[in-house]
Write a protein that binds this ligand. Structure first.
Ligand SMILES: [Zn+2]
Length: 162
């Protein structure tokens, strides 16, 4: 698929138009989530004290407020519970229509709200099988010392299993 990020416009980094998070360890304590995504793994944090497993991953447990967390893998396939399709008026940076979002039931886990990619308008149906789709987005320039380096980024969506 085409690159849906828009962080670089004419050589300038438009931070206010960047819809994707900073993903390096210098900027986020959940950088492991993005590193796992680059390996095709959908992961989150589980609390070792109370067992809560929120998504997206956290740095503190939202239930018992402890930081005793571990990384766990979530299923990379699921089933469409409900979805929306936008065919017109797609916000800048989301590429060509349709823009599809769905509630996806992951076996044994919570229902996940996610974007659906590689799917034509009218093609998706409730009950369809989906799989994780990791895609690259524009890198973000980051100052390290006196150098500006481009930090590679990825994001996740789901796509139909064909
Ligand atoms: Zn907890």
């Amino acid at each position: 698929m085409s690159n849906p990020g828009i962080s670089i416009l004419e050589g300038k980094y438009m931070v206010t138009m960047d819809q994707y998070p900073q993903q390096s360890k210098e900027f986020t304590q959940v950088h492991q989530f993005y590193e796992n995504l680059q390996e095709g793994r959908l992961t989150t944090t589980r609390c070792r004290d109370c067992g809560m497993e929120p998504f997206p991953p956290r740095i503190l447990c939202p239930n018992c407020h402890q930081s005793n967390l571990e990384w766990v893998d979530w299923p990379t396939t699921g089933t469409v519970v409900e979805f929306t399709e936008e065919a017109m008026g797609i916000p800048l940076g989301f590429g060509e229509p349709p823009l599809i979002h769905a509630l996806v039931e992951l076996p044994g886990k919570k229902t996940l709200f996610t974007r659906i990619v590689n799917c034509r308008e009218g093609e998706l149906a409730c009950g369809d099988q989906l799989k994780l789709a990791v895609f690259a987005v524009d890198p973000v320039p980051q100052e390290i010392g006196r150098e500006v380096v481009q930090i590679k980024r990825v994001c996740y969506a789901f796509e139909p299993v064909r």
